[in-house]
Design a protein. Sequence first.
Length: 92
Amino acid sequence: MIPPTLMRLVVYEKGQKKFNMWFPLILIYLLLLPLFLLALPFLLVGGLVLWLFGGGRTPFSLWVALYELWCASKGIIIETKSKDDRVLIRIF
């Protein structure tokens, strides 16, 4: 499975395309990496404590499930509409 790599943001105003931009998601991933690294020790300790005291699943299975969820986000389409405006977000 391959994680999503691109996001397209389109804004329509009164039926006319006002804004169209493609974002490479690797840039967003790089911005979030320091936050993830700061939270990683707490996540590992919490997962280990839950596993030792009957949390059910191993910490590794949680990481696999999160990766599968991340990869499954590929293909999401978010569209909002009002009377005159519309916003479309697609993840590729």
